[in-house]
Design a protein around this ligand. Structure first.
Ligand code: IMP
Length: 434
């Protein structure tokens, strides 16, 4: 496909795992640059090519297209051992990453101390259910201005001292440094892991600014999703980065006017991993059948995902937050065979029964009673359908109802895990790009 000049962001509007990887992989063929701008190896983007699933955690999902240049912005936190493993897995598939990769010198490094602190905290009651990858602590030391950045590996003046300070501080929090590797050992590991990457570390802001000015196409790949956003999600049951639109600008340094379109991504139902509010959760057999049919087990941790009906209140809120021009609705085929399918169309207060919007405080979520509208299921499966006209009438009705409830046009409907399976919706803003 010929390259164009568009700059498009792909952002999750639920609790992550919406299928952003498939979409980015699909769109990447037409883009010169694919950019990650927040999150770390807590993300797990599965792309399926020729029936083979590949899980990506830190490397942008555009990697499967050899013509894509891959950029990791300063808003990302990096696990160097994870990065090495991912590059090796790709190499075994004949996919080379070095030579078409740029990592921001400002991206913070996840150290073993961060991982230890994350796991230590998660051992107490009131846990968040994190991925245990050290993401929160890495962003904490970034904000405290005591973190270690990729650029520090190129000029190591004072680096050992910084690592030693973190060793001391995190050791104190955890009540002992014994279990933590020594600063010298950590630095030695960082040096050996980063050796092949050193030529790729640079000023990604400058690179992206120049790409924008040259009129090159750029695809921005979000990780996690709006409801896990540190500011706008279901705090404290969130991740530690800005997973909605704001994070794109801080995590790349590009201004809002560099962007043409924002595409939200949601599953045709909802899932969540870890603790926290989930008003449309289905605890019983329907939830279990969605989990099995949708293979709803975490790409990063293997944990079973909680499953529920599509929550239009939440998705509308997230689309508004991101200024979404369109929504890609993924995994519609997982609903094949159900007698009926539900959509949460509003929230009501448990006692007063008044309609309320998406709550801001965690305590308010306890007062939510979801109002669910049910639609007939479809007998003829949607799996593999590749044209809007090929969808059964009930499935069209369901998709159109979502479009109406969330006040955002549906752009694309995915009808199977493979790259090829899906269709453009009638009002799609992705026409000409997919
Ligand atoms: P953390 O990002 O590891 O700190 O985890 C915080 C919360 O975000 C937990 O509930 C995780 O399960 C969730 N989370 C983090 N990354 C992802 C993701 O990529 N998909 C789904 N949930 C995620």
């Amino acid at each position: 496909m010929a390259k164009h000049a568009e700059k498009i962001a792909i952002l999750g509007v639920q609790w992550g795992d919406e299928g952003k990887g498939k979409l980015v992989d699909l769109l990447s063929a037409g883009f010169l640059n694919v950019v990650r701008f927040q999150g770390g190896n807590n993300a797990g983007h599965t792309v399926v090519v020729g029936g083979k699933a590949i899980a990506l955690h830190q490397i942008p999902s555009g990697v499967l297209h050899p013509s894509c240049f891959l950029v990791v912005g300063s808003g990302v936190v990096i696990n160097l051992e994870g990065f090495r493993q991912e590059m090796e897995k790709l190499k075994a598939l004949g996919i080379e990453v070095l030579g078409r990769l740029m990592l921001s010198s400002g991206a913070h490094i996840i150290l073993p101390y961060h991982i230890a602190l994350d796991k230590w905290r998660e051992s107490f009651a009131g846990r968040i259910g994190t991925t245990g990858r050290g993401i929160g602590p890495a962003y904490e030391t970034k904000a405290a201005r005591i973190g270690v950045r990729l650029g520090d590996l190129q000029n190591q003046h004072g680096l050992l001292e910084r690592i030693a300070n973190l060793h001391k501080e995190i050791g104190l929090i955890m009540g002992g440094q014994e279990a933590l590797p020594s600063p010298e050992a950590v630095l030695a590991d960082l040096n050996s892991l980063s050796t092949p990457l050193l030529p790729c570390i640079g000023d990604t802001h400058e690179y992206l600014f120049n790409s924008w000015k040259k009129g090159e196409s750029i695809l921005f790949e979000g990780a996690q999703a709006a409801m896990l956003d540190i500011d706008h999600g279901t705090y404290p049951f969130v991740t530690s980065s800005s997973c909605s639109i704001g994070g794109l600008f801080t995590g790349t340094g590009l201004p809002p006017k560099a962007l043409h379109k924002v595409i939200g991504v949601a599953k045709a139902y909802a899932t969540r991993v870890g603790e926290g509010p989930f008003p449309s959760e289905l605890d019983g057999p329907i939830g279990e059948s969605l989990r099995q049919a949708g293979h709803e087990f975490g790409t990063t941790t293997g944990r079973p995902r909680r499953c529920g009906w599509f929550d239009a209140v939440m998705a509308r809120h997230a689309c508004q937050l991101n200024g979404a021009d369109g929504l890609c609705l993924m995994k519609l085929d997982v609903l094949d065979g159900l007698d009926r399918v539900g959509i949460v169309k509003e929230y009501r207060h448990k006692d007063s029964k008044n309609v309320i919007g998406s709550p801001f405080s965690i305590r308010e979520w306890d007062n939510i009673e979801p109002v669910i509208e049910y639609f007939d299921g479809w007998r003829q499966p949607v799996k593999g359908v590749d044209k809007w006209g090929g969808l059964p009438a009930q499935a069209k009705k369901y998709v159109k109802a979502i479009e109406e409830f969330i006040e955002t046009p549906i752009a694309y409907v995915s009808t199977g895990p493979d790259r090829e399976t899906g269709l453009l919706a009638p009002r799609s803003c992705l026409k000409g790009l997919l």
